[in-house]
Every structure is written in C-alpha cells, then in structure tokens.
Ligand binder design. Sequence first.
Ligand code: B4P
Length: 190
Amino acid sequence: MLNLVLFGPPGAGKGTQSQKLIEKHGLIHLSTGDLLRGEISQGTALGLEAKKLMDEGKLVPDEVVIGMISHKLDANKDAKGFIFDGFPRTVAQAEALDKLLETKKAPILGMVALEVNDDELEHRLLLRGKDSGRPDDANPEVIRKRIKEYNDKTAPVAGFYKSQHKFKSINGIGSIHEIFDAINDVVSNY
Ligand code: B4P
C-alpha cells in the first residue's frame, strides 16, 4: 500500500500536489482541511465548532480530525494507498495515525515536506483569498496566526518521521510541474 504524508506550512502547495499525485498513482486523497470544510458547508455540529477555530487560524482539536481520518480509512478498505494532506498536524495526530495504520499492516512509507518561505506563503494565500471565499485566506493577521500555529505545533511532526527515517524535504518554490517531478522522484523509491 502506498501511504504518503504530504507536509508543509499553509499554502505550501499540499492540496495542489495531492491532486496531481492521486491522478497519477490512483490513490485516495485524505485532506483534513477539505473534510472540515465539507462539515462546515453541511452545517453539522462538528462543522460549526471547527469553523470558529479555522476562521481564527487555529488548529481543530486532535480527537476531531483523528476521528474523521479513522472513519475514512474504514470506508476505503480496498484503496491502493492514501495521500495524507494536512494531516498529521500535531505529534499526537502522527502517533494516532501510526496506530490506525498498524491495525491495517500498511504503514506510512514516507513524508515529503514542501519548503516555502513565509513571505511566499502569505502572498499565495492572500492571492487565493481573493476568490476562494475562504475566510482564513483573506486576512493577513489570520494567515500569520496559521503560520505561527504551524511553527509551534506542526513543525515538530517532521522530527517524528525523521526519527523513523521516513522524512524527505524538497523545494516548494518553482512551477507546479517542477515540484511534482521532484515529489515523484521521491515516491518512485518507495
Ligand atoms: P488546509 O485546508 O490543510 O489548507 P492549507 O494548509 O491552507 O493549504 P495547502 O498547503 O494545501 O495549499 P494549496 O495547495 O491549496 O487547512 C486549513 C485549516 O483547517 C487549518 O488552518 C486548520 O484550522 C484546519 N485543519 C486542517 N487539518 C487539520 C488538522 N489535521 N488538525 C487540526 N486542524 C486542521 O496552495 C495554496 C495556494 O498556493 C493555492 O492558491 C495554489 O494555487 C497556490 N500554489 C500552489 N503551488 C504553487 C506554486 N508552485 N507556485 C505558486 N503558487 C502555488
């Protein structure tokens, strides 16, 4: 099973590259951001709780996102593999994911991290905010809060995968094509 974590700060291009990876390799895309936005658009209780946090640039509680991922793994038992996009975002989420995959005997093969500097992230997210309708993209203050949350809570997740010798970092600045080729060079070794 080809299970891959695509990692990086908000706006690094995880969603963009995930889309291309699932097309090429026939994998299932599990984006916790997309799943949460789905709950918000359906107006569920979970969505209402998540919206408040997301609009402020904060992370949603671990148990909420772990529950969503667990449900999706169970619903896709015959998958060739999964691209985890925006998950795990805390070390607790990474530990929970290992446990969930252990029961399926299909561990994470690797994490690919997209490296992009803060100025470029802010520029990309503000640009997307002009027409995405995402409140968390429209406001520079919220974007900076998201980057701070990433540095405080998410960046340590890289260490978790480094200690398992599964971490690979690539330059996330360049054309979408160039970055996709660099990711595929890594994936072809799995
Ligand atoms: P996410 O939906 O995961 O979104 P993201 O980090 O903003 O974006 P991504 O890196 O996927 O960027 P994209 O490809 O779209 O998270 C949103 C919120 O949900 C979080 O803040 C949090 O509140 C909550 N959440 C989600 N998962 C969670 C979890 N596990 N635990 C707790 N809370 C969670 O690219 C961005 C832009 O850049 C696009 O406009 C794209 O076109 C552009 N772009 C992409 N590649 C480019 C390139 N090479 N050059 C120029 N522009 C490029």
